[in-house]
Design a protein around this ligand. Structure first.
Ligand code: LLP
Length: 854
């Protein structure tokens, strides 16, 4: 069990250690505690070493002595003889200075006192508390291994230890006692050699060395966080705890940015297969991260995403011949000469680009300039900085590429300097400009989950979100869904009559409508009927006071037939024929134009009328590339650059632009988005003058995975109110679709057949992409449940497929479900939005009739 500096700095922390060690003893195991120096002590000792005057050094030592006396007093313990001796040794070393030891050996010995002191203190405390604790000198056990290319500094201050299992040592210790305490960070040269330090990641590495030497049952690293997360929680509050990792994945995550564990501490444990557990000292009940040998078949998943900043890229263009022999050797030779370690490499026939990682290199502008000068003798050099390396980590990365399409689409609008795929198939790295990375990371993390590339539905692998564990996040906004519970019997009965069947739950529609009505900044809410045109849903939302947004004459007619004359109707066609506009102008709808063309070619149609104008604000957002409706890659909206031309044409035809509209995409969970759109539209409206309302679209997302965070409607309101306070003159409209209906609908199907093929097990159901095309079209993830087997253990990994003649007819990949049988009722959740409305008669199979529950 290893405890770091803050964990050993105060009495309550030591009481905590006492409890934890006792609980391990109660399990019947022997414990070796590895401690760091009290927090701040290593720095204090380094300062002591940097003092040239003996007086100053003695003063510094006195401060350190004082700190240990103070903690002893807190513990109400007399000064133990062993600690007294070590404190005296430190004072002697301070007084004498390096002397005959030599500067570096003296420094190592002085700094080693941080751990020598804390462990002596700990031995006294634990023993006094009733746990007989043996103090063990780490230097008796850990011997530095001589390495090639070592100099005196690395030999003394950055040593490595050969830690092959040593059964003799294990037996000797077992004979001596049950609880030991020793020092992190220190070791000894072979023989009766000098004290050496382990360098970066020191104490964790010591714990691993001991774990390997003793072939421990496990190594526990007790720290201030529950383990490794899917991303740095400071950048991604929704990062998930990684509960299980194999050594290689953990190593990769540690090397590409996670600070909780130094990458060095994993390799000693790999061969003896000693597991390592990371635990939170303050929250011992949390499962933590268990790192061990790869176990069994696992769902293939991206495990983490990280970003390393301050990366420098060196691009080298061969000036000589194409495919010049020896070019690589020439350029890499320069890196070696300058002592710089290369991280990523990309190569072309005439160009090689490499990255330099600041954690591995002492990079300053002089070092870079010197390198560039030498390199320029053999090639044309370009230094690109500052960059950031964004890395996705997961075993079997190459087999996940197909799941990454929507994630990779995010790089579309960025400059990607280098892509590198590790040869061990564990990572995929993108080097981008450093400035974009802070906003990019949370988006990528969200997309990885929604694209099903990070399989957070696997509860054994992925634990709770960081903001749920440590922050103020409230997941209660996502209560139980209607089909869990009493409704189940009803659904089973409906399925027994007939499948496939869509079932809609009207109370859920109303509940969502009421949530949106809490948006006090919004003056008018419309339902985007394209999401679900069932009359009962349109009727329920009309009763809730919603207007309607339609995109075709068909939709306008359907709604008009159901609601009364006073209900607002918006008509937002795109690339529609002339007659649609002519027709709409004969009705009471509010018409939105989104191009110059209608005004240029059919201007007379609009003479004297009021219209709204849909703008393309130059960017799109959403759960998948195909639902992003902004930027030049999307066909929607008038580019802002054409606004003046539009206004001139409007003016010429006596047309008044009464509203501005923007809808950037679908499935957005960040409330800040609508604030940005609102602000942009408002400032454009000020230029136009005639505008009285702003429609900021729909796109409000609903989380697909059970533990994803719902869109925070109060936070959205707060964002909107801020903008409204600046632009009170404009009415604010919205037109969500999905948010109102997605969770209200389920698709019921029955199991038809099963098939094993290679490692895969296919579960066939009686409908597929003909009923629900979203998984095929957008890789959308819909929860799938075997309703007939509630409460049974989910033990089989299924590919859930339909009966349609298409390989893409897959409703869900890699779903862990109870073993199913023919006739079982399968529920596909969250199909109230863009389900039945996008169904097709393909293969002339029934896509499912619709049933409404109220
Ligand atoms: N307003 C306009 C102008 C739209 O184009 C859309 C959706 C909405 C509002 C409503 O967006 P919502 O709130 O539902 O996200 N079939 C895709 C979604 C396509 C959305 C098209 N436009 C899917 O299944 O995810």
């Amino acid at each position: 069990m290893k405890f770091g500096g803050t964990s050993v700095a105060t009495l309550p922390r030591w009481q905590n250690i006492q409890e934890l060690v006792s609980s391990r003893r109660a399990e019947g195991v022997r414990v070796l505690v590895v401690v760091s120096a009290l927090s701040g002590m290593t720095d204090a000792l380094k300062h002591l070493c940097a003092e040239t005057e003996a007086g100053k050094r003695i003063e510094a030592a006195a401060g350190i002595v004082e700190r240990h006396h103070a903690l002893l007093a807190q513990m109400d313990l007399p000064l133990p003889a062993a600690l007294e001796r070590r404190l005296a040794d430190l004072c002697d070393l301070a007084a004498s200075g390096p002397g005959s030891l030599g500067e570096l050996a003296w420094q190592a010995l002085v700094q080693a006192h941080g751990e020598l002191l804390s462990s002596a203190l700990g031995a006294a405390f634990l023993t006094a508390g009733g746990l007989r604790t043996e103090w063990l000198d780490a230097r008796e056990c850990l011997t530095a291994a001589p390495l090639p290319n070592q100099n005196e500094r690395t030999r003394l201050l950055s040593a490595m230890v050969d830690s092959r299992p040593d059964p003799v040592l294990a037996a000797t210790l077992a004979a001596r006692g049950d609880v030991f305490i020793t020092q992190g960070f220190i070791a000894r040269e072979p023989g009766q050699g000098r004290t050496v330090l382990l360098g970066r990641g020191g104490s964790d590495t010591s714990a691993s060395y001991f774990g390997a030497l003793l072939k421990a049952a496990r190594v526990e690293i007790w720290t201030d966080v529950a383990g490794m997360f899917t991303a740095n929680p400071r950048q991604v509050a929704g990062a998930r705890l990684l509960q299980r990792l194999d050594y290689e994945e953990a190593q990769e995550i540690a090397s590409t940015g996670a600070k909780v564990l130094h990458p060095r501490c994993l390799s000693p444990l790999r061969e003896p297969r000693v597991p390592l557990l990371i635990k939170d000292t303050n929250r011992p009940e949390l499962e933590g991260t268990l790192i061990g040998p790869q176990v069994g078949e696992q769902v293939v998943s991206v495990k983490a995403i990280s970003a390393r900043k301050n990366i420098t890229l060196i691009s080298m263009e061969s000036v000589g011949m194409w495919q010049q022999v020896g070019f690589l050797s020439d350029v890499f030779d320069q890196f070696k000469r300058h002592g710089l370690s290369v991280d990523l490499i990309g190569s072309a026939e005439t160009n090689v680009t490499v990255s330099l990682d600041p954690t591995e290199n002492l990079l300053d502008s002089d070092a870079l300039a010197a390198l560039a000068t030498d390199l320029s003798k053999v090639c044309r050099v370009k230094v690109i900085a500052p960059c950031a390396a964004v890395t996705l980590v997961g075993r079997g990365m190459r087999s996940m590429l197909h799941n990454l399409s929507s994630v990779l689409a995010e790089f579309d609008q960025l400059r990607v300097h280098l892509i590198s795929q590790s040869s061990n198939n564990l990572n995929l790295t993108f080097v981008v400009d450093e400035g974009v990375v802070d906003s990019l990371l949370p988006r990528l993390h969200e997309l990885l989950i929604s694209a099903g590339a990070m399989r957070t539905d696997d509860a054994a692998m992925f634990g709770p979100r960081w903001d749920v564990l440590y922050g103020s996040a409230d997941t209660s906004t996502r209560g139980p869904v209607w089909w869990q519970g009493p409704a189940r019997a009803r659904l089973l009965a409906l399925a027994a009559e007939q499948t496939p069947r869509y079932v809609y739950h009207l109370p859920t529609v109303r509940e969502q409508a009421r949530r949106l009505k809490r948006l006090s900044a919004v003056d008018r809410l419309h339902y985007a009927v394209k999401a679900n045109t069932h009359p009962a849903i349109i009727g329920a939302l009309a009763e809730e006071g919603f207007g309607f947004e339609c995109v075709s004459p068909g939709e306008v007619r359907a709604v008009s037939g159901l609601v009364d004359e006073t209900v607002p109707l918006l008509f937002t066609p795109n690339f529609a024929p002339r007659e649609d506009y002519a027709w709409a102008l004969q009705t009471r709808v509010t018409l939105t134009l989104d191009a110059l063309y209608p005004m240029e070619h059919w201007g007379e149609l609009f003479r004297g009328r009021e219209i709204a104008l849909r703008l393309d604000l130059g960017r799109g957002l959403g759960h998948h590339e195909k639902v992003r409706t902004g930027g030049s890659g999307s066909k929607f909206g008038l580019p802002v650059a054409q606004l003046d031309s539009f206004l001139k044409l409007a003016d010429a035809h006596g047309v008044t632009v009464r509203g501005l509209h923007a809808h950037l995409g679908s499935g957005i969970l960040d409330p800040g988005h609508w604030g940005e759109v609102y602000g942009q539209l408002a400032s454009l409206a000020e230029r136009i003058g005639s505008v009285s309302y702003l429609d900021i679209g729909g796109g409000l997302g609903v989380p697909a995975h059970p533990d994803e965070m719902a869109l925070d409607i109060d936070a959205l309101d707060a964002v909107l109110r801020q903008v409204k306070a600046v632009y009170p003159q404009y009415q604010l409209w919205m037109e969500p679709g999905r948010y109102l209906v997605a969770d209200s609908g389920v698709l019921l199907a029955k199991v038809t057949q099963q098939k094993g093929k290679g490692a895969l097990r296919y579960l066939g159901v009686d409908t597929g992409m003909n009923s629900l095309i979203r998984p095929m079209l957008y890789d959308a993830w819909h929860e799938i449940v075997n309703l007939s087997r509630e409460g049974e253990v989910a033990e089989t990994l299924y590919q859930v497929v339909g009966p349609i003649c298409e390989t893409g007819d897959v409703l869900g990949q890699d779903r862990l479900l109870p073993s199913a049988e023919e006739g079982d009722v399968i529920l596909i959740a969250q199909t109230g939005a863009y389900g039945k409305v996008m169904a097709s008669p393909y293969n002339l199979r029934d896509s499912g009739e619709e049933v409404v529950l109220d």
